[in-house]
Design a protein around this ligand. Structure first.
Ligand code: MRU
Length: 364
């Protein structure tokens, strides 16, 4: 069952076919490695909505290629309303990750500005490729700045640095390196002993399935834990640092991330464990001030809670977990207020989770 997928980016153009975008089908990992072909804007919508691809930066870049595919599909009629309709369609695929609307609006502005250019299609593909390359550079920079935090703890502790993470904010959620995992990979590559506590991250188990897979592929020591275990480990000094990702961070430093992140932040605060969110600036919502009031939180199919998926030795199988007549509720994200964060790790450096510090790094 061991599958190999080292050194893949998570999204790329099919060799010799500039009309097909390819991605790793993350619904099948870590049990099967399948490539999913995206040929139309409807395919791009589907892979985001059904989580063939997931993770804020990758959702954004996939939507950017979706706009390119929409352009390829234009036949006749009012071009401007056609491309705006497709932009709104793509933006409606998932509500919380702000990278989605940023990337779509960026592509839309670009396409409308250049709509009379004869090489609009080539230029639009280039633009989508640039957004992809930019996310790789942002992730690597986040890795470098986050490495300094791990190094400081290592110098003080002179032993394995135990890092807890929630969900998957790895290269599978981005294009390469990841956000929360980038400092971990940098430390590991530098020979600093690290060990990762991987929250399973119910109900879709992105931690147990994707983060554990990634870390295993890179040879990083890790242990999968139930989501409710982190607080106990912190009380017993077994966690030196928490690093999570983000789907949308307000200009004031409130962080929306996978459901359960807020509870980890509360435990970290109560046990004086440093708690960082790692995120590119494409995940900062410059318009929002109050995360709990303003950030749209995705409500997904309750079936994701009442059933659980796994490998039965020959195929991926779903089994029912709860009594037939019991109701389930499935919020996908929660908001960690800025006051619970030690800081934000961005592509321009580490800052405190407040407006003054964020704007110092990103002067508008
Ligand atoms: O529902 P998902 O799997 O898209 O949620 C992903 C997360 O919450 C990640 O932590 C976040 O998108 C950051 S990815 C670098």
């Amino acid at each position: 069952m061991k599958i190999q997928c080292k050194h893949y980016n998570t999204i790329w153009l099919k060799k010799g076919d500039s009309k097909t975008v390819q991605v790793i089908d993350q619904r099948k990992l870590p049990f099967q490695f399948e490539i999913f072909n995206i040929k139309t804007v409807a395919d791009a919508f589907f892979v985001i909505k059904e989580m063939v691809v997931r993770g804020a930066p990758l959702i954004g870049v996939t939507a950017a290629y979706g706009m390119y595919l929409a352009l390829l599909d234009f036949k006749s009629g009012n071009f401007e309303s056609y491309i705006k309709e497709n932009a709104n369609y793509l933006k409606s695929s998932r509500p919380t990750a702000v990278n989605l609307s940023f990337a779509v609006d960026d592509m839309l502005d670009f396409i409308l500005q250049k709509k009379s250019n004869s090489n609009l299609i080539e230029k639009t593909l280039e633009k989508a490729n640039d957004l992809k390359e930019r996310e790789i550079q942002f992730s690597e920079k986040i890795g470098e700045f986050g490495l300094e935090i791990i190094e400081k703890i290592y110098q003080k502790k002179k032993g394995t640095v135990n890092i807890l993470t929630h969900c998957n904010a790895g290269w599978l959620a981005c294009i390469d390196w990841g956000t929360a995992t980038a400092p971990i990979y940098k430390a590991h590559l530098k020979g600093i002993p690290v060990h990762v506590w991987v929250d399973e991250t119910r109900p879709r188990n992105q931690g147990a399935r994707l983060t554990a897979f990634e870390l295993g592929e890179e040879g990083v020591p890790h242990t999968v834990i139930p989501d409710n275990t982190g607080g106990h480990l912190m009380q017993h000094g077994m966690v030196d640092l928490v690093i999570v990702g983000s789907d949308r961070t307000t200009i004031t430093g409130d962080v929306a991330n996978k459901i359960g992140t807020y509870l980890k932040a509360l435990a970290a605060k109560d046990n004086n464990v440093p708690f960082y969110a790692a995120l590119p600036s494409t995940t900062i919502d410059w318009e929002m001030e109050d995360g709990i009031k303003e950030i749209p939180i995705e409500l997904r199919d309750p079936k994701e809670v009442s059933e659980i998926e796994g490998w039965n030795g020959s195929e991926i199988k779903s089994v029912r977990l709860v009594p037939e007549n019991s109701k389930a509720l499935n919020y996908g994200f929660d908001v960690t207020p800025a006051r619970l964060l030690t800081g934000l790790i961005t592509e321009r450096g580490v800052c405190e989770a407040n407006k003054k510090s964020i704007l110092k790094l990103f002067p508008q």
